[in-house]
Design a binder for this molecule. Structure first.
Ligand SMILES: CC(C)(COP(=O)(O)OP(=O)(O)OC[C@H]1O[C@@H](n2cnc3c(N)ncnc32)[C@H](O)[C@@H]1OP(=O)(O)O)[C@@H](O)C(=O)NCCC(=O)NCCS
Length: 170
């Protein structure tokens, strides 16, 4: 149902429409300012790795990348986002599978981490279902002055391998 490929410059304006409001933009790209613009995404690509889009037919419906990447040690997943019209159909689950395969099977990393705010229920439920576990909790302040908690969640390679084997066997 879904395919994926590397981000192309022509995809960027569509990705700008993924966050529905400033709270969602803060969840997926905390350093960006509302509204998300193509320039902010293009600038972020200087330091991000493996920017990847998910397609449904020809339509770009999902996006993610590695926000940080340390060869042989760790990567953090960033900018996980889904087009509002495609939510609830498994796009994020597909993005996560693609990026986990890349982190563990292609890059051979021992762990993959990501950061997620405590009020972001859909994302926390998604990550928990896939086997990510919270390992740290810090306080942050939103750009509009509210206190918020930021979880770090981690997937270890052996957990991914076990789940991957089970999925292939099923
Ligand atoms: C969070 C987000 C990426 C989920 O994308 P999605 O494509 O709708 O998610 P999926 O359809 O793949 O759902 C996968 C699982 O996530 C969980 N989930 C998704 N939406 C949910 C919701 N509204 N409430 C609770 N759980 C939800 C469910 O466990 C779901 O599995 P199920 O369908 O078997 O119940 C999407 O809502 C989004 O882009 N939000 C704005 C940006 C953002 O918050 N990014 C994450 C930054 S950490």
């Amino acid at each position: 149902m879904f395919t994926h490929r590397a981000l192309a410059d022509a995809d960027i304006p569509q990705i700008c429409g993924f966050p529905r409001d400033r709270l969602e933009l803060y969840y997926l790209f905390p350093r960006a300012s509302w509204p998300l613009t193509p320039e902010q995404i293009r600038e972020s690509l200087d330091i991000r790795r493996d920017p990847t889009v998910i397609l449904q037919g020809d339509a770009v419906v999902g996006y993610a990348n590695f926000a940080t990447f340390e060869e042989g040690r760790s990567a953090s997943l960033g900018n996980v986002s889904v087009a509002p019209s495609a939510r609830g159909t498994g796009v994020a689950k597909h993005i996560l599978q693609v990026m986990m395969d890349r982190a563990f099977a292609r890059h051979g990393l021992p762990e993959l981490v990501l950061r997620c705010f405590n009020t972001n229920t859909p994302a926390l439920v998604l990550y928990g279902k896939l086997g990510f576990v919270p390992v740290a909790l810090e306080e942050r302040t939103t750009p509009w002055g509210e206190r918020i908690a930021l979880f770090t969640l981690r997937m270890e390679r052996d957990v991914w391998e076990r789940r991957h084997r089970e999925a292939v066997a099923a």
